[in-house]
Ligand binder design. Structure first.
Ligand SMILES: Nc1ncnc2c1ncn2[C@@H]1O[C@H](COP(=O)(O)OP(=O)(O)OP(=O)(O)O)[C@@H](O)[C@H]1O
Length: 588
């Protein structure tokens, strides 16, 4: 009755529905690996069959030695040795193949999840801490890949082993089956208790792992700030707090698991001794041979062990669905829409000749957090123009660039890209249109590797001469040419080894090399001196390429070079006239 109530309550809580959804999701992956699953099942079944046969042969051996059975001692002995060696060889071979398949499947699933994470809607995914994403991608994805390969095969193997062992016992002496299974109710009861704790513990452990990973990642990438503010002690204390929390949770679970294991071991011993006692009695009464008794003793242990393994599949399934749920949280978020790739390619071809014009009309945007940034704004930028977005901090300049890149999606208005002779070919902004943009974001965005590696990440076939040309246009060649390995010099993580201004010029060179019709520079020249800043902008626009350049800036020094200046303020985007631009310059 209690079980029925429990199930009804779980259905009401939607937990079973969730588990079903998660199982269907796992099945979506599992069906790709049916061949591997068959291999796992067959290898497990072979191992089990060999194990059971060995037990029977060892029974025959004992019976021959004790004179209970006639047979060739040497032949039976050789068979036993042969089986033992054969089973060892098969087990090593299958374990090698298993790890090969496991690693391959794990890699495939992780690569797929990685790709899906990267193509998830930007605003949705940035809601999660990268530490949390990392744990989901590594631990949860591994849980799924291991579970997919082992769960169903193990279920079949354990069931087969249990039924066969029970069958052999019943065949020889049915009374033994009662003794062998005497501990079953206790095992089920204890495991149920342990399982409940396990589910709870899994969730807490995943959350704490995510917190730890986030903490480690953030503190290690901010060592400079930690040192500068003398926060070493504080951060070490924070780590210790997290570790104490983790230790407490693990110990709590381990205590429970130790008590359960102890009780189960006692039950196991009681079962063994009962079988032993019963076996001696049956041998004494002449009902069975010594060989049959050794067979029973070995099978009773196998029956208890297999039953425990079968029971342990339930928490494995729960663990698997918990991980699936955590991955589904991410993978079920909206994905970037690349359906317009073909139209973008056509516009890009036209863009090479005519350039691309950007037209935003009556656009409104609000972050998911509720912060309204734009209300009914219009804005345009044309080829061969530098258009500046200015305004106080936090008013929406970067947000505008993110909208242009379709990282964010306005809830109203039209955002068009136009090309062709009279700009009569148009396309609405979408993630596929990112192919038309080069973007230099705020901050240091170089990756570790050589300068050339970073440059070729946007244009893999770029010749050294092209890279050098881009570096010259961004005024980066003046310091790169003096490095011993020039473009093959190493950049450390997040542009380490270079000054802010140098890293900015390298980022600009990378954007120039990509040679896209639209170039977005977000405070990209803020760390440069005024002369270099002006030179960079002049160089970018001096070629014949019909580039549309949009810059956000706090510095008025470049405004005189811009064809148009928009002020972003108070949810509006207003075109400034010459007097207003001059006033900004004066007041700077
Ligand atoms: N990911 C985000 N989620 C929610 N709100 C955000 C997010 N990013 C920015 N905002 C908010 O949107 C507003 C505009 O921010 P934005 O970064 O576009 O300003 P900005 O003009 O570029 O500022 P700055 O000149 O300091 O770079 C701010 O109020 C900011 O708090």
């Amino acid at each position: 009755m209690n079980i029925i109530k429990h199930i009804i309550r779980r259905i009401k809580e939607g937990m079973l529905k969730d588990m079903l959804r998660q199982t269907v999701w796992i099945y979506g992956y599992a069906r790709h690996y049916w061949k591997s699953m068959i291999f796992y099942t067959l290898s497990g079944l072979t191992g089990t069959a060999i194990g059971l046969l060995s037990s029977i042969i060892s029974k025959d051996l004992v019976d021959i030695i004790t004179g209970h059975q006639t047979g060739e001692l040497l032949k039976t002995f050789c068979m036993m040795i042969g089986f033992t060696i054969g089973s060892q060889a098969i087990s090593q071979f299958t374990s090698y193949l298993s790890s090969k398949i496991s690693i391959r499947v794990d890699n495939e699933i992780k690569a797929d999840i990685y790709e899906k994470m990267l193509s998830t809607d930007w605003e949705a995914i940035t809601h999660y801490h990268t530490g949390d994403l990392l744990v989901r991608w590594s631990s949860d994805a591994s849980n799924i890949s291991n579970g997919i390969l082992s769960f169903i095969p193990n279920l079949i193997i354990y069931l087969f082993k249990f039924i066969m062992a029970l069958g052999i016992v019943i065949y020889h002496d049915a009374t033994f089956a009662i003794f062998a299974l005497i501990g079953m109710p206790v095992s089920v009861l204890m495991s149920r208790k342990l399982m409940n704790r396990m589910v709870n513990n899994n969730k807490r452990s995943a959350a704490l792992n995510a917190e730890m990973s986030g903490f480690n990642q953030e503190s290690l990438s901010n060592i400079q700030t930690i040192k500068a503010f003398d926060l070493i002690k504080l951060y070490c204390e924070r780590l210790k707090d997290l570790q104490t929390k983790y230790l407490k949770m693990r110990l709590e679970f381990n205590r429970m698991s130790a008590v359960t294991s102890f009780i189960m071991a006692i039950v196991g011993m009681a079962v063994s001794y009962s079988c032993y006692g019963w076996g001696i009695y049956r041998v004494w009464s002449g009902a069975i041979s010594y060989g049959t008794m050794t067979l029973f003793l070995s099978l009773s242990g196998q029956l208890t062990g297999t039953l425990n393994s079968l029971i342990s599949l339930v928490p494995t399934a729960i663990n698997l669905t918990t991980s699936a749920g955590r991955l589904m949280d991410i993978l079920n978020m909206p994905r970037d829409d690349y359906s317009q790739t073909e139209e973008v390619t056509q516009l890009s071809d036209m863009g090479k000749k005519y350039g691309i014009r950007l037209e935003i009309s009556n656009m409104s945007y609000k972050y998911n957090s509720g912060t309204e940034v734009f209300k009914n704004v219009s804005f345009e930028a044309a080829p061969h123009e530098i258009v500046a977005l200015v305004g106080p901090s936090g008013e929406g300049k970067t947000t505008m660039l993110r909208i242009l890149l379709s990282l964010l999606h306005p809830y109203e208005g039209t955002c068009l890209l136009k090309s062709g002779e009279n700009y009569n070919n148009s396309l609405t902004l979408s993630p596929a249109a990112r192919a038309l943009f080069s973007y230099v974001p705020q901050g240091n965005t170089m990756f570790s590797g050589t300068i050339a590696d970073n440059m070729r990440s946007v244009k893999p076939d770029a010749a050294d001469a092209e890279i050098i040309e881009a570096l010259k246009l961004s005024c980066a060649w003046e310091f790169v040419s003096e490095l011993p390995d020039t473009i093959n010099s190493e950049i450390k993580e997040r542009g380490g080894g270079f000054s802010e201004g140098q890293a900015q010029r390298l980022s600009i060179a990378r954007a120039i090399l990509r040679k896209s019709p639209i170039l977005l520079l977000d405070e990209a020249t803020s760390a440069l001196d005024v002369t270099t800043e002006r030179n960079v902008l002049k160089n970018i626009m001096k070629d014949d390429y019909p580039r549309t350049c949009i810059v956000t800036t706090h510095r008025p020094t470049v405004l005189t070079m811009c064809d148009r200046v928009y002020s972003i303020h108070d949810m509006q985007c207003t075109l400034l006239n010459d007097d207003e631009i001059e006033e900004i310059t004066r007041n700077f």
